[in-house]
Design a protein around this ligand. Structure first.
Ligand code: ZN
Length: 183
């Protein structure tokens, strides 16, 4: 029902457009955010989603607050079953701009809801800072390290038409051991 756009779809390769500031609180963006939340919540292992992944070429991404409960390492994360009794909120980033990244980089494992079950190693800055608007139209700046910093970079890449597999090495197929279907 809320299938996530998969690699091969040209929308994932487009540079997404900025949301006009006066439209941020409008019904169109509210509906898009709702669809993004639903699409992300249906995924067993998703932590964040960018608007092009639901077929909308706008500069928006959101991050599940579940991220704060997860292990840093993606292979550990894959083992962790989603606790569906818990309801998590979402952090919303509209027109996000990465304003700072650390010189320090790390080779991290990464996957993507649009490149299903492929995982590879990618070099990411260990810290990054994003300036964006929230869903109320308020501008904010958020600095992060670890997984959240990695997410900022991965999602910003999506808005520029870049997929992690463009830069990753040692990309492997790791399908889920058991198929978890909720839809
Ligand atoms: Zn992705």
């Amino acid at each position: 029902m809320f299938a996530i756009v998969q690699t091969g779809d040209p929308i994932l390769r487009k540079k997404a457009k900025e949301v006009p500031e006066k439209e941020i609180k409008g019904s169109k963006i509210v509906a898009i955010l709702e669809r993004m939340k639903k699409a992300l919540d249906l995924e067993e292992d998703g932590v964040a989603i960018a608007a092009p992944q639901i077929g909308v070429s706008l500069r928006i991404f959101l991050v599940s607050e579940r991220t704060f409960d997860l292990p840093e390492d993606v292979s550990e994360r894959r083992k962790q079953k989603k606790d569906r009794s818990k309801k998590y909120g979402h952090l919303v980033f509209i027109n996000p701009v990465i304003t700072k990244t650390s010189k320090e980089k790390a080779l991290l494992e990464e996957g993507c809801l649009s490149v299903r079950y492929k995982y590879g190693k990618i070099e990411r800055a260990t810290k990054s800072t994003v300036t964006a608007f929230d869903e109320h139209g308020k501008k904010f700046t958020r600095g992060a390290s670890g997984l959240m910093a990695q997410i900022f970079q991965h999602e910003t890449d999506h808005l520029n038409g870049v997929l992690f597999t463009d830069k990753a090495t040692n990309v492997q197929d790791i399908p889920p051991k058991e198929s978890i279907k909720d839809v």
